[in-house]
Design a protein around this ligand. Sequence first.
Ligand code: AP5
Length: 221
Amino acid sequence: MRLVLLGPPGAGKGTQAGVLKEKLGIPHISTGDMLREAVKEKTEAGLTVKSYMDKGDLVPDELVTRIVAERVVKNDAKNGFLLDGFPRNTKQGRELEDKMRSLGIGLDAVLYFNTKEETVIERLTGRRVCTVCGMIFHIKNMPPKVEGICDACDGKLIQREDDKIETIKNRIRIYTEKTEPLLAFYKEKGLLKEVSGDLDVDSLFKELMDLFKRERLIQQG
Ligand code: AP5
């Protein structure tokens, strides 16, 4: 199954992708994670994108499109993938379409996590991520067993640089301006499937599973 996860920052795309990848047996391809990894490793791409990401601006299209094009052809993505954070504007949407056409494949669905702004702000200001394995927590909704420490690997939990309130507001503005037009882009293609991002983690996962069954993307039962 080839899916795109679309929605505002903090809608819970990464959290659901973490569960879905196990359930569906396909990789979670997050451009945000790949770019943060490049920043951490101080690669050439990492040095270029850091200032954009810290401000909550989109990084240049060419760079992120190249990263995705190289990633979707890897062996583990042969039977499908969960694309999270890409495309981010209609130019990227068209480039993804071209790349997939050249590979003779297509998207099965675009999952739109429709989420209220107040939910987004509450989630992002409380988010903590593991510096070692990347696992996502929330100080109230999904607290770690021991404060500041990852349940999975004992790594240190930190607040993302772009999860400060002023940067969050810029990310929401950019989402509305640049990414929301993709809703019409994919609706026209009959690929857009909406779920409520305001639901708690388990209810949202159930809604996604029901959707997959309804759309016959997975077997009933
Ligand atoms: P990226 O990492 O993609 O950030 P984002 O889209 O803003 O998404 P987030 O990771 O913030 O949110 P999420 O929806 O995954 O929420 P999560 O599950 O973590 O991008 C970062 C930056 O990289 C961009 O600003 C840009 O600079 C650059 N970039 C990336 N892709 C790019 C592209 N294609 N083009 C150009 N630039 C690009 O959940 C959030 C919190 O809520 C967590 O604390 C979680 O525990 C909690 N939570 C999650 N679900 C629930 C729930 N259902 N109920 C209660 N709490 C929940």
